[in-house]
Ligand binder design. Structure first.
Ligand code: PMP
Length: 300
């Protein structure tokens, strides 16, 4: 029995493991797997919201499709049915009495100490209550000394366990310097993304975001792009240097865990536009309404 007190589970918590619901506190895994030793596994971060119409998992299909794609990109077999995984995710929330929650599916490997691809894998889905990952206050960012991995080094568009060492190093570096979060450039010096979020910035009433290629294709990023289209906000995707960001009016991070969160400063240089008057604020509200399925609600 695990006696640790942690914010993720207690004695009653259930998780979904290879087709069955099991107790989180007593379910074990093998210690000789490639995921533990080499970071060779894939995962997702998904949010469920208590909406006017009941508990809704936001963009569930997109997240499980990305999990499948992540596995395929790194040669991990993925034979799960996505509709079934979504159904099990809802069941997991219900069994744990969760509504507003974060879901974490992970596909991980069986014992194999060699560097060959696996023939069979495991899937686990757990869920817990998690506030916005980066908090609700505007962020002070610091440009990291680490850059995002080059796409010829890893599959940057896959959400792979081992990739997060880069994110952890960057986050810790920023926090040790007294900042809230890091901003990473790519290997060519163009702005890439945060350790766990995508970046947008505003200049002259237009939005700009790094193009795909050197970043994780965020599902929140795609949602923000859709919202820009609906709200008539002009959006540009491209390669941008730090100087362009420094001259921007406003900026924000977005991601499933962080949702939409405004940025106050980059290496202590503050953005000039009041967040409340920014496109980011408008999109933050639109995103909240969308995940809570309130976009057509009379109150809004
Ligand atoms: N970039 C990185 C490196 C991330 O880890 C995340 C979080 N998954 C994101 C961007 C945002 O992706 P999403 O909107 O799909 O959560």
């Amino acid at each position: 029995m695990n006696t640790n007190t942690n914010p993720y589970y207690n004695e009653k918590t259930l998780l979904f493991f290879n087709g069955k619901f099991k107790k989180a506190a007593t379910t074990t895994t093998d210690l000789y797997g490639q995921t533990l030793h080499y970071g060779y596994g894939a995962f997702e971060g998904i949010r469920a919201y208590k909406t006017t119409f009941g508990t809704k998992i936001f963009k569930a299909t997109e997240h499980y499709e990305r999990l499948k794609k992540s596995c395929e990109l790194i040669n991990i077999p993925f034979s799960y049915n996505i509709d079934e995984l979504i159904e099990k995710s809802y069941e997991l929330l219900e069994k744990n009495n969760l509504s507003d929650a974060y879901l974490r599916p992970i596909v991980f490997c069986n014992p194999n100490m060699s560097l060959t691809k696996p023939t069979s894998v495991n899937i686990m889905i757990c869920a817990w209550k998690w506030g916005t990952y980066l908090g609700d206050n505007l962020l002070d960012l610091s440009v990291s000394s680490y850059c995002r991995p080059h796409p010829k080094t890893i599959k940057i568009e896959a959400k792979v366990c081992g990739h997060y060492i880069n994110s952890i190093l960057a986050t810790n570096e920023a926090k040790n310097k007294g900042f809230d979060e890091a901003l990473l450039l790519d290997t060519e010096g163009f702005i890439a993304e945060g350790p766990g979020a995508n970046l947008f910035f505003e200049k002259d009433k237009m939005l700009f975001t790094p193009q795909l290629g050197n970043i994780l294709p965020g599902i929140t990023r795609a949602t923000i792009i859709e919202l820009c289209c609906q709200l008539g906000i002009k959006l540009n995707e491209g390669q941008y240097k730090l100087e362009q960001l420094n001259e921007a009016d406003s900026a924000f991070y977005c991601g499933t865990a962080a949702e939409v969160i405004g940025i106050k400063s980059i290496d202590k240089k503050e953005f000039s536009l009041d967040w409340e008057k920014s496109l980011g604020k408008k999109l933050q509200t639109a995103y909240k309404n969308l995940v809570l399925e309130q976009q057509f609600s009379l109150q809004n």
